[in-house]
Design a protein around this ligand. Structure first.
Ligand SMILES: [Zn+2]
Length: 229
């Protein structure tokens, strides 16, 4: 199947292209849903993703709240336990410490550490992929992707409340994929060149608020959601 855009969504390379799943398909236990999103991607980019995807899945599926979700529990049974065993495995709490700093005793409190480039890299890729999927064009190279450190979004009623805020906003778009595994919502950031705002929710309980913009500015926060039309 040939894609309409004959360019890699991430690096712009042309030529032989494959498809990349957004979010990574390893987040979905089998049997996988039929409405997974894919975007055009070159072989080089695609080959570079798999280890980070595995790490991302382990972290995202093992927070105190996400681990309670039935689909996350299926992932643990199907994949993650054997993955940890195979890699000589750190226990989940060790992985969390490695990823979010030694002070993190409870992942619901975690902040994305600046050094945690692998997690950040997957989030940026998800935003870029969804940007192409929703807008029909790749995010311009001049645009930055930023994300909020508040993964609980307490002030807007948690991830579910944040989804409601987006759903009530005129012109917002989004999808729910795979029995609560992943939901996203997006809206254009009015008055901001290259500006879009994204809510990414994993297992209904872990949320990242992301934005794109051409110029450096403040990271997105609750204020921005609150003023959306
Ligand atoms: Zn590429």
């Amino acid at each position: 199947m040939r894609s309409i855009q004959q360019q890699c969504t991430y690096c712009g390379r042309t030529g032989e292209l494959t498809r990349d799943h957004i979010p990574p398909k390893n987040l979905f236990p089998k049997p996988r849903p039929s409405n997974l999103i894919t975007v055009p991607c070159c072989e080089t980019c695609n080959a570079s993703f798999s280890r980070d995807d595995e790490h991302f899945r382990t972290i995202v599926a093992c927070t105190e709240e996400t681990a309670q979700h039935p689909e996350a529990q299926k992932l643990w049974e199907q994949r993650i336990l054997s993955q940890l065993h195979r890699t000589g495995g750190s226990a989940p709490h060790e992985l969390i410490k490695q990823s979010f700093g030694s002070d993190a005793t409870n992942v619901t409190e975690f902040q994305i550490h600046e050094a945690e480039v692998r997690i950040a890299g997957v989030l940026v890729r998800i935003v870029k992929g969804l940007h192409f999927f929703e807008m029909g064009v790749s995010l311009p190279i001049s645009c930055e992707v930023r994300f909020s450190l508040d993964t609980n979004l307490v002030d807007v009623g948690g991830p579910a409340g944040a989804i409601s805020v987006f759903d009530a906003a005129r012109g917002s778009r989004g999808r729910d994929i795979g029995d609560g595994v992943f939901s996203y919502r997006m809206a254009e950031w009015l008055g901001k060149p290259g500006g879009t705002i994204w809510l990414l929710v994993f297992f209904k309980s872990l949320a990242f608020l992301c934005s794109t913009a051409q110029e450096t500015g403040n990271a997105p926060d609750k204020t921005i959601i609150a003023v959306m039309p």
